[in-house]
Design a protein around this ligand. Structure first.
Ligand code: SF4
Length: 219
């Protein structure tokens, strides 16, 4: 009987045996603390929609990594992978949901997608110009005043739903707004970039730098 108060802690695993089909040496390995059987899990991936995505994912990965001088070497960036994945799925109508702060990147992306014959619909976060005051956001949480415009992620998703996009691509949506977009988008969503104001959009950079240690550990 599995103890349901014990949850997986893969971050504390020593050998990552799952990579070589030998998981379970660590007590809090998911294979030890979960009731899901391997058979059940494999069966789940027989679902037609899920399996199609997994097939396209494998095809995309295989097309990205080539053996060069005996070394597995990436030969294309994520933008190319997204396009390859979309082609593999038979998706041609793409949506781009972007932030005002990453408008330049979004425009560059859309030009690339269009040059590759994708039909692209795009919506900026400030579409409809709603304000923080409209949403009841108090003065203390505004940068200047409740009259400043606020992001509109739910309708970024709704308008792309109405356009019946096959796949949506997120470019730079804020923390929280990205969650609402992902929740309300009917099409599958992938993220090309996330916005990180402090690090010039390199969100994991602080994990490598001792200069950020004090900032990150401060509660
Ligand atoms: S799944 Fe198991 S073997 Fe793999 S990292 Fe997690 S604890 Fe380690």
């Amino acid at each position: 009987m599995v103890d349901k108060t014990i949850f997986p802690k893969c971050d504390q695993c020593g050998d990552v045996g799952c990579k070589l089909r030998s998981p379970g040496k660590f007590p809090r390995c998911p294979t030890n603390v979960s009731e899901h059987t391997l058979e059940e899990i494999k069966n789940r991936y027989q679902d037609e929609d899920i399996n199609k995505i997994m097939q396209a994912g494998a095809e995309t990965e295989r097309g990205t990594i080539k053996m060069i001088d005996g070394v597995p070497t990436p030969i294309r960036p994520r933008i190319s992978e997204i396009m390859a994945f979309a082609r593999s799925m038979g998706w041609n109508k793409l949506g781009v949901a972007f932030c005002l702060a990453t408008r330049d990147e979004a425009i560059r992306l859309i030009r690339v997608l269009e040059a590759n014959d994708f039909e692209v619909h795009s919506i900026i976060c400030r579409a409809f110009s709603i304000t923080k005051g409209d949403l009841g956001i108090p003065d203390k949480n505004c940068l200047s005043s409740p009259l400043e415009t606020v992001c509109n992620p739910v309708y970024q998703a709704e308008l792309l739903n109405e356009a019946e996009t096959d796949l949506n691509i997120v470019v730079g949506l804020c923390v929280g707004h990205d969650m609402l977009f992902n929740k309300y988008s009917k099409a599958y969503t992938t993220t090309l970039m996330v916005k990180d104001r402090m690090t010039a959009n390199n969100p994991v950079g602080p994990l490598y730098s001792p200069f950020f240690k004090g900032i990150l550990e401060k509660k």
